[in-house]
Design a protein around this ligand. Structure first.
Ligand SMILES: C[S@@+](CC[C@H](N)C(=O)[O-])C[C@H]1O[C@@H](n2cnc3c(N)ncnc32)[C@H](O)[C@@H]1O
Length: 163
């Protein structure tokens, strides 16, 4: 009998062999992009600050994306996860924060805030939306404006590890 190990599928920094926690999702299209690439989402926990009710009011596609994620076996959760992310990190885990690098967003000093939480910057990589097919970047605030795109501009993914 031949037993085949599940093969690894990668999309940029993300692997079907990683355990992935996504924080601050908008319409959940980024999570769905990863799940579609992997063909499964049993390794993904996808979270939003928005409740289900807020999501359905703000984003045209959010609930469809959430139900497709559930079919892929994703753990989907809503409301308040950023401050808990560090506690959920496993020994060799990473926290990735993708953020604009130009002013005024650069003033948020994410690296300094992460350092204060005992995290160390392991790598910084320029973010390109085209690397993630199906991902629709959404504004997130402003009522009906939430479902609109924002200009991605200069963005980086900051990858933090435990100090
Ligand atoms: C500009 S939107 C981007 C949404 C999505 N990540 C995307 O790329 O399309 C910012 C998101 O961050 C979420 N957010 C803001 N503060 C947060 C917090 N403290 N914890 C988790 N999510 C937060 C908002 O609810 C909003 O959905």
């Amino acid at each position: 009998m031949i037993v085949m190990e599940d093969s690894e599928i990668r999309i940029r920094h993300y692997s079907s062999k990683h355990k992935i926690l996504l924080v601050g999702e908008g319409d959940f299209s980024f999570s769905l992009c990863l799940a579609s690439a992997f063909g499964s989402a049993t390794n993904i926990t996808a979270t939003s600050l928005d409740s289900e009710d807020e999501l359905s009011k703000k984003y045209m596609d959010a609930m469809v994306n959430v139900s497709m994620l559930a079919r892929f076996g994703c753990d989907v959760q809503h409301e308040g996860f950023l401050e808990n992310a560090k506690e959920m990190l496993e020994e060799n885990g990473e926290i990735h924060i993708t953020h604009k690098t130009t002013y005024p967003f650069s003033d948020w000093e994410i690296e300094r805030l992460a350092k204060a939480e005992g995290l160390k910057l392991a790598k910084e990589s320029k973010f390109e939306r085209s690397h993630y097919p199906g991902y629709n970047n959404k504004r997130g605030s402003g009522g009906r404006e939430s479902d609109k795109y924002f200009p991605v501009g200069e963005c980086s993914t900051l990858m933090f590890i435990q100090k």
